[in-house]
Design a protein around this ligand. Structure first.
Ligand code: BTN
Length: 243
């Protein structure tokens, strides 16, 4: 990541991802961060909303890597690992911080962070911009989450400020983006797998048109989750396919 990263802070905004996209479309060169104290229309994956009360971190990094959309396969896992690094830096017990496919972070098997990556390609195929939107539960967590949730405060008893969390997250993310080699997925997959939750276990998976049980085996070299169905067949599931 080059020096001179821009940053915008809003006490309240609709969605830091939406603001970052508006700035990208307006021609901001990036990289730039948009951070908000509160979001009124925080976006989650698969069209869900992301509850965004004051106290948690809501941050989006917009940058313009000159690569093709298919070269982004490793990015969700790189981001998850950087968020994991950040929770650990603030005292979350290392053994309890796990990656849940595709890019959630769990602490003690409860969701503590979500990531929404959005991108736009130019005519001709290269990416125009990429936005990495990260929500980290520093203080609050929704108690109605289908999958149990938690926060850093709940786990460690320590309250971390949004500013400190954003600073450390940026450092951890830059280190991982700088080490990222678009043509080598295996080292990222290996590290993500080491810290992942649920591999080797049988899970109920839900796609658009079916619900089935499968054993999660690991990541393919194009970023899919490989699952073994009960009849022994293997299936590759991409991030948009599974709820
Ligand atoms: C998920 O569904 O797990 C992903 C949640 C991503 C939430 C973050 S908060 C900062 C950024 N701005 C948004 O509107 N969403 C992402």
């Amino acid at each position: 990541m080059p020096n001179g990263v821009g940053a915008f802070f809003f006490e309240v905004c609709d969605s830091t991802n939406a603001r970052a996209a508006t700035l990208a479309i307006a021609g901001e060169p990036g990289p730039l961060w948009v951070v908000a104290g509160e979001q009124s229309a925080g976006r989650g994956r698969r069209g869900r909303s992301w509850t965004s009360k004051t106290g948690n971190l809501y941050a989006s990094l917009m940058f313009r890597p000159h690569i093709r959309p298919q070269d982004l396969a490793a990015l969700p896992f790189i981001v998850a690992l950087a968020v994991r690094d950040t929770f650990i830096a603030f005292g979350a017990p290392e053994s309890q911080v796990q990656c849940k496919w595709p890019n959630d972070i769990l602490i003690g098997e409860r969701k503590a962070s979500g990531v929404l990556i959005e991108s736009s390609a130019k005519h001709g195929g290269l990416l125009d911009y990429v936005i990495i939107g990260i929500g980290m539960n520093l203080v609050h967590f929704p108690d109605d989450a289908a999958f149990g949730a938690t926060s850093l405060l709940h786990v460690t008893g320590q309250e971390v400020s949004v500013k400190d969390a954003a600073t450390v997250l940026a450092e951890k993310l830059y280190a991982r983006i700088d080490a990222w080699k678009v043509d080598d997925f295996s080292s990222v997959a290996e590290e993500w797998t080491r810290y992942s939750w649920g591999l080797g276990q049988q899970r109920v998976l839900r796609t658009h048109d079916e619900t089935f049980t499968a054993t999660l085996l690991g990541l393919s070299d194009d970023g899919a989750l490989i699952a073994r169905l009960d009849d022994g067949l293997e299936k590759r599931l991409y991030a948009g396919d599974v709820f």
